[in-house]
Design a protein around this ligand. Structure first.
Ligand code: GP9
Ligand code: MN
Length: 710
């Protein structure tokens, strides 16, 4: 004890002691307060070391301050601020299961106000621990005698401590990058940044990002919006009068098909006996059905925001950003004119998203609120017991099955979106669910790819069976689309033989063609459905669907055009700047013939001019979209219909009780079924349901209480 005392008595010792104290306190809070989803030894190690470097770095600056008293006081002040930051996050997390952002602190006073009011209810005895150390440190600092005499005033020690803090951080960052590449460029989730780089780094990073975004926003004004409006109005495509309004009043059920690419449609894989097996028989049937308008030259346009970019595209007809996830970067603050808002304002639709992963992933919780999504059923609404989930959430069969208890409570007409997740890189699946043969290549990811795709196909079939049984099917229209590629460019050469191509000849053109994803609009009762060969892409989903519902779109700032319109624009700009048209595939300076894949070398002046025009058009579109998102331009422009829409505050915390209030006076499926749940109509062959331990029905009542009082 005496030796410890001896060490901490001097300035350097005191700094180290404070850093260790804060480190342990933060680590304790990670264990007690936050659910960070740590998996495996490497993540455990990263979590353990991540709270040390930033406090050590900050405290080390106090070593450069002359005078022990001043130096210790400064340290105590920093310590207090960090404690305040940690404790506010703890309190906020207890209420919202999320971390504070600068936006939530500054932007919405009612969050901090509400939190302050409910802080007594959120208080726990262990909270004394989060403050006790500060008191101890403060008392200790001034009880001990001055020690200047024992420590030589040298610059070496401070520099040494500072350098170690920096090295420690670099080590931490390297380990994080190994386990989760592109962590900072893609910014998946606040949870991830805390898990990998610590709560202090997260706070700094969030402040920096907010500052950067605010600067761009501050420089914007209404004239920026006029430039965008000019582009959009010139680009607008009138609806086809025969199709306009043809599905008016129907429920919309979107299913985002995780990592499903067009080549999987009608694909048959040779099993080990040489027999051909259809990977997705149900989806294929839908694709080829006369009730479905399907597209086989439809491309995804996502960037680093992957699934969430696909959502941005489908929900707003806007691209994700050139770097990182748009949901994470601008989802919390921006103004959107999204499908949910438009459908509600124009035709009184209720909107809901279903997704068996945590609501914080891709910042969905916040972004959906900004986009006016009425209900969001995230993993908190599902039974997520061990064995029922994979890395990105609840397995699809269980996900759809459990979703119907909420779906049947939604007032109709509704606009719903189901985000599947099991067919996600690297496509692992437990043995009981892996009922499809693996492919036989030297790449395990590719081999498994078909197994999870087949699983998803069965899950969707089970969902459709239920919809038919319950009667919802006839009243609904289904929009299915692949979100993005599942097999990356790097792996494509290994996939080539399965597509009857040569790995050796695989080139950039082939990679571009692999960005095709399925898109289908399934309309029960329709008999004119066909496979359309028009070139189209994810920006086109929203204008197309709105026109089918009978909603005019010329006042909305959409980047895409209605696929059924005679004026539909077939130029497909990809997020990475490549462009695909029915004639040319433009990859940087290299031009291919889209039909044949031939590299075009000696282009005529006329062709060059044509290509130049395509490039100008594509970059104008990307620039318009980027400027809407980065500068938050929609705050300067509100179409007439949205002006009348009432301001709604969204929260997904008490949504079950809210749904119950709507239940009696509305057009829910339950009500149509004489107040009886339709959930027992759901049939699934999910093996998890035969495991009694796992087969716990979700206790809605309790779950609701849990949600309200975490
Ligand atoms: C997770 C799911 C998967 O919630 O969206 O994300 P992805 O990696 O495809 O963007
Ligand atoms: Mn995805």
């Amino acid at each position: 004890m005496r030796t410890i005392h001896h060490y901490i008595k001097n300035k350097t010792g005191f700094v180290l002691f404070a850093a260790v104290l804060f480190w342990l306190k933060t680590y304790l809070s990670y264990q007690l307060e936050f659910n960070l989803g740590v998996q495996g030894t490497l993540q455990e190690l990263i979590l353990f070391i991540n709270p040390l470097s930033i406090p050590l770095l900050l405290f080390s600056f106090t070593l450069f301050i002359k005078g022990e008293k001043k130096s210790k006081l400064t340290l105590l002040f920093i310590y207090l601020l960090l404690t305040l930051l940690l404790y506010s996050n703890i309190m906020y997390y207890r209420e919202f299961t999320d971390f504070l952002t600068v936006g939530t602190i500054v932007g919405s006073g009612n969050v901090s106000g509400g939190l302050f009011a409910s802080s007594l209810a959120l208080f726990k005895p262990q909270d004394l621990l989060y403050w006790g150390d500060f008191l101890f440190l403060a008392v200790y600092a001034f009880k001990t005698k001055r020690s200047d005499s024992t420590e030589k005033a040298t610059k070496l020690k401070p520099i040494l401590v500072l350098t170690s803090a920096i090295l420690l951080f670099v080590g931490n960052l390297t380990l994080a990058e190994i386990d989760r590449p592109q962590l900072l460029t893609r910014t998946f989730d606040r949870n991830y940044i805390v898990k990998y780089l610590g709560i202090n780094f997260y706070a700094g990073y969030d402040s920096y990002k907010t500052l950067q975004n605010n600067q761009i926003k501050a420089s914007a004004d209404e004239s920026d919006m006029s430039t965008v409006l000019n582009y959009v109005q010139e680009h607008h495509a009138q609806p086809d009068p025969d199709m306009f309004g043809s599905i008016a009043g129907k429920n919309l059920i979107y299913i985002e098909l995780e990592s499903i690419q067009q080549f999987l449609i009608d694909y048959q894989l040779e099993d080990e006996n040489g027999e051909l097996q259809e990977v997705m028989p149900f989806v294929n049937q839908l694709f080829n059905d006369e009730a479905t308008h399907s597209f086989n030259n439809f491309f995804h346009q996502t960037g680093q925001g992957k699934t969430s970019d696909a959502e941005m595209l489908a929900e707003n007809s806007l691209y994700g950003l050139a770097q990182g996830g748009a949901f994470s970067q601008v989802g919390s603050e921006n103004t959107f004119q999204s499908a949910s808002k438009i459908l509600e304002a124009e035709q009184d639709y209720t909107s809901a998203v279903f997704h068996g992963n945590v609501g914080s992933f891709w910042n969905r919780n916040d972004t959906y609120q900004s986009m006016g999504v009425d209900y969001f059923f995230d993993s908190g609404f599902y039974n997520m017991d061990e064995g029922r989930t994979m890395e990105y959430g609840l397995k699809d069969k269980l996900f759809f099955q459990e979703s119907v208890q909420y779906l049947e409570q939604l007032p109709q007409p509704f606009y719903t979106k189901f985000l599947t997740v099991t067919h996600h890189f690297p496509f692992p699946l437990d043995e009981a669910n892996a009922t499809f043969p693996k492919a036989d290549t030297n790449d395990e990811t590719i081999n498994n790819f078909f197994v999870t795709a087949h699983y998803m196909d069965e899950a969707i079939e089970e969902f459709f069976n239920y919809l038919k049984e319950s009667g919802l099917y006839e009243d609904s229209v289904f929009v299915l689309y692949g979100d993005h590629y599942g097999i990356s460019d790097m792996r494509n050469p290994s996939l080539a033989p399965l597509l009857d191509k040569y790995s050796m000849n695989w080139d950039a053109y082939d990679n571009a063609m692999m960005q095709r994803v399925p898109f289908m609009i399934h309309i029960p009762g329709e008999t004119n459905g066909q496979i359309h060969e028009e070139f189209a892409s994810q920006t086109d989903i929203l204008p197309t669907v709105l026109h089918l519902l009978g909603i005019e779109t010329q006042d909305y700032t959409f980047m895409g055009t209605d696929v059924f319109s005679p004026e539909h624009d077939p130029i497909v700009p990809l997020r990475n700047g490549n462009i695909i048209t029915p004639k040319y595939t433009i990859i940087g300076q290299t031009i291919y013939n889209t039909e044949t894949g031939e590299l075009l070398r000696n282009l005529s002046g006329e062709e060059l001019k044509e290509i130049d025009d395509i490039k100008t058009h594509a970059s104008a579109e990307l620039a318009a979209s980027d400027s809407i998102l980065m500068k938050d331009l929609l705050r300067f422009y509100t179409p007439e219909v949205l002006k009348t829409a009432e301001e709604t505050e969204y929260s997904y915390i008490n949504q079950l009780s809210h749904l119950r209030n709507e239940l009696n006076q509305s057009t829910t499926l339950i009500e149509q079924n004489n107040g009886q749940t339709t959930a027992p109509l759901y049939e699934t062959n999910a093996p998890e349901n035969n495991n009694e331990e796992l087969d716990q029905p979700v206790d809605l009542e309790n779950q609701m209480i849990e949600k309200i009082q975490p």
